[in-house]
Design a protein around this ligand. Structure first.
Ligand code: SF4
Ligand code: SF4
Length: 351
């Protein structure tokens, strides 16, 4: 488990055990859930549709053997069922807010019964943006439920009626890989439920989602030109685990994700000029588009690197980048090259 997330989770579980710190535990849990949810937001905002139904670890054992879409569905179906059928008893968000139709899901269950290709086929049918909105709605409603909980209510347990209600809801498949969930949840008190569907279950699946997207980016990068269109080096970029590079569909470079149609202005401009990159452009020195915007901290470094490619070619550019990154961390290299592009070009030439 991610060390930082494991520590945060441990701290929350400890605070949850005492009445005096119960309020702080809930506050920290909500904050932590927000942090974890941000990972899902970045993935949904950054990746193309097809990323959500790929199984880059098909056949593996573990949470990472699923797809991105399945992981989101599964985390929030479980939370929706537990939060609204068991704790609040006020009806699931999936039905109340008509998300089933909006997401176009063929199932209402948690998905535990699906395996391998079934997971990929199921994921392909889902409307990811709606799925994301569903996840967000479930999270927000669960946060409200968490805020209303009282310490003395943590020991509340569930009886046969709850079990029966869960069975009748048909939200848990009768498949042996899923049906055990009913006994598992009903064997816990509210505190036990907070410790699993509302926190640890998130961590395990979101961590797996990070592995899935890292792998997808790695696959996308294979064979792609590592010289970014603006002149940065994708092979040395700190966003390597998040971005497949701007010549692939897995481009999550900041200027791509915040631009219309998720196309970086420099990529768009180069495509319009039918050139390989900004290093082939006669307007490079004076350009203030996209990554070269004066307010962008990385503008000078990128411009200097583009100029270097123009003068010495991509092979020598890759070599100088490797030499620089052997000496310094990515941020330091960007800082060294970030002052003035002419000076930065000189530094590159000296290395
Ligand atoms: S953020 Fe830019 S430089 Fe970094 S990997 Fe993505 S495209 Fe390449
Ligand atoms: S005008 Fe600017 S963004 Fe467009 S190709 Fe030239 S250097 Fe790149």
């Amino acid at each position: 488990m991610d060390k930082d997330w494991a520590e945060k989770n441990k701290e929350i579980q400890n605070l949850l055990s005492k009445e005096a710190t119960f309020g702080a535990a809930i506050e920290k849990l909500i904050e932590f859930r927000e942090e974890l949810f941000q990972q899902i937001t970045w993935i949904v905002e950054g990746y193309p549709e097809k990323a959500f139904y790929q199984l880059p670890f098909a056949g593996a054992k573990g949470y990472h053997s699923k797809t991105l879409a399945y992981s989101i569905w599964h985390i929030f179906r479980i939370e929706d069922i537990v939060a609204h059928e068991m704790i609040a008893e006020d009806g699931q968000i999936l039905f109340r807010e008509k998300y089933l139709k909006k997401i176009a899901s063929p199932i209402i269950t948690t998905g535990n019964e699906l395996e391998g290709k079934e997971i990929a086929d199921f994921s392909k049918k889902l409307k990811v943006q709606e799925l994301y909105l569903y996840a967000k709605a479930v999270k927000e409603s669960s946060d409200k439920i968490l805020l209303q909980l009282e310490y003395k209510g943590l020991k509340r347990r569930f009886n046969e009626d709850t079990k029966q209600k869960l069975i009748e809801s048909k939200c848990i498949s009768e498949d042996e890989n899923a049906f055990w969930l009913i006994d598992y949840w009903c064997g816990k008190d509210i505190k036990g439920l907070i410790q699993m569907p509302f926190s640890r279950h998130w961590i395990m699946h979101i961590e797996a989602m990070r592995r899935i997207k890292n792998r997808l980016c790695k696959i996308a990068r294979k064979g792609a030109d590592p010289a970014a269109i603006c002149g940065l080096s994708c092979n040395h970029c700190f966003l390597g685990e998040w971005c497949g590079g701007c010549r692939t569909e897995y481009n999550t470079c900041s200027f791509a994700t915040c631009s219309e149609g998720r196309i970086c202005p420099n990529v768009k401009c180069c495509n319009e000029k039918n050139i390989d990159g900004c290093y082939e452009c006669g307007e490079l020195e004076a350009c203030e588009k996209g990554f070269f915007m004066p307010s962008n901290d990385g503008a000078n470094a990128a411009k200097a690197q583009s100029l270097y490619i123009r003068k010495y070619g991509k092979k020598e550019f890759r070599n100088v980048q490797t030499r620089l990154h052997e000496k310094y961390e990515f941020e330091k290299v960007q800082e060294i090259l970030g002052q003035d592009y002419k000076e930065a070009l000189r530094i590159l030439e000296e290395n």
